[in-house]
Design a protein around this ligand. Structure first.
Ligand code: WQD
Length: 346
């Protein structure tokens, strides 16, 4: 029997790339998504890449009755990869309750269904934002977790705590929490990629949209940080590499190799880049000149953070493989292909 997994938020940016990697690894994939921040056409992209259309249900994880039906229909799900959540940092400051409600209710419903339907394995989508500005770099999993500045970030911290309390109260349930650094780029086929609704908040889609002429210019938020060129440093991880980490995590859970019920792993490249380095890499590898301007700092931004990935390298047997050069290029190829496609359909 094929190994069957459920991916919540599977038509989203990271979810869709992860679905592809699970299909490539021979899993049967069931996707649920409420399509609040993604498009149903993503399923066609997944099918073009893999020749397989995943089973899909338009389900909102905050609605327990809807969610239960999926588990009743599919009694052989072995693991859940839980992405479905709101993720806009700024919006979460404006509407904190929306974020706490959605992200925490969704998680609790997933955990309750795991308990009811005896699904023992969970991979949770966490974030390096819970480290804040670490004192020591690169940041290891032992680094203290702080209360993040944004309600979005705080839902990730609280979610990890909820999961641990659940695991401590039960027998046999396990979770791997993957703390992502900054996911960027797109599938090399350019069939799936990042598709923010409205004005992007994150650097990479802002770059590609500016390059395409959708945005007038990129604002670089501050050049007076204590870094080599004054702009903040992040660990930009290719989304396909990131997706592969989820397969490694589920494989580990299913082989029952986990040492603790709850394991956390940093998922990054182990290398930091400044904003200006990302811009330079983009210009150099795409041949497109980017219009940008240095402006004030963005409130809430930390100065520098990059991952120590040795735990994931050693225990998950996973390592980021793709360079910044090919990653920024993949983001550009996706932006162009997507815009051409949507132009053609107007
Ligand atoms: C990266 C760098 C900005 C936009 C956030 C969340 C994190 C995760 C990913 C996900 C920073 C600079 C950006 C722009 C800029 N969440 N920048 N001009 O803030 O590191 O992380 O997204 O779902 O939890 O906190 O990522 O891409 O927004 O910024 O200069 O228009 O680019 O200042 O230094 P961030 P980002």
């Amino acid at each position: 029997m094929e190994k069957q997994i459920l991916i919540t938020g599977g038509t989203g940016y990271i979810g869709s790339h992860t679905a592809v990697e699970f299909i490539n690894a021979g899993y049967e994939v069931i996707i649920i998504d409420n399509l609040s921040n993604s498009d149903i056409s993503v399923l066609n992209g997944i099918e073009k890449i893999t020749d397989i259309k995943p089973i899909f249900y338009k389900v909102d994880v905050t609605l327990k009755a809807e969610l239960r039906k999926v588990f009743e229909t599919h009694p052989n799900i072995q693991a859940i990869v839980h992405f479905a959540a709101f993720k806009a940092v700024g919006e979460s400051v404006e509407f904190p309750l929306k974020y706490y409600h959605n992200n925490l209710t969704g998680l609790i419903n997933i955990l309750e269904c795991m308990e009811e339907f005896k699904i023992k394995n969970l991979v949770f989508s966490s974030s390096c934002t819970i480290y804040g500005q670490p004192e020591l770099l690169p940041v290891t999993e032992e680094s203290p977790v702080i209360k993040p500045e944004s309600p979005y970030g705080n839902t990730k911290k609280i979610s990890e705590e909820i999961i641990q309390d659940f695991l401590n109260s039960t027998q046999g349930f396990k979770c791997i929490s993957l703390r992502y650094f900054n996911p960027i780029g797109a599938h090399p086929s350019a069939e799936i990629g990042e598709l923010p609704i409205g004005v992007p908040n994150n650097l990479m889609p802002y770059i590609t949209q500016t390059a395409y002429g959708i945005r007038e210019e990129l604002k670089v938020f501050g050049s007076d940080y204590n870094t080599p060129d004054g702009t903040p440093i992040r660990d930009y991880i290719n989304v396909v590499d990131l997706a592969e980490a989820h397969v490694a995590a589920v494989n580990r859970l299913l082989k029952d190799k986990t040492e603790d019920k709850f394991e956390v792993f940093n998922i990054g490249t182990g290398q930091g880049h400044t904003v200006l380095e990302v811009i330079n890499a983009f210009e150099k590898n795409t041949g497109v000149k980017l219009k940008y301007r240095i402006t004030n700092r963005r409130p809430g931004d930390v100065e520098k953070v990059w991952a120590d990935t040795s735990k994931a390298n050693k225990i998950l047997g996973w390592k980021a493989k793709k360079s910044l050069a090919e990653t920024v290029k993949s983001a550009w190829e996706w932006e162009k292909k997507y815009r051409e496609k949507t132009k053609a359909s107007i």
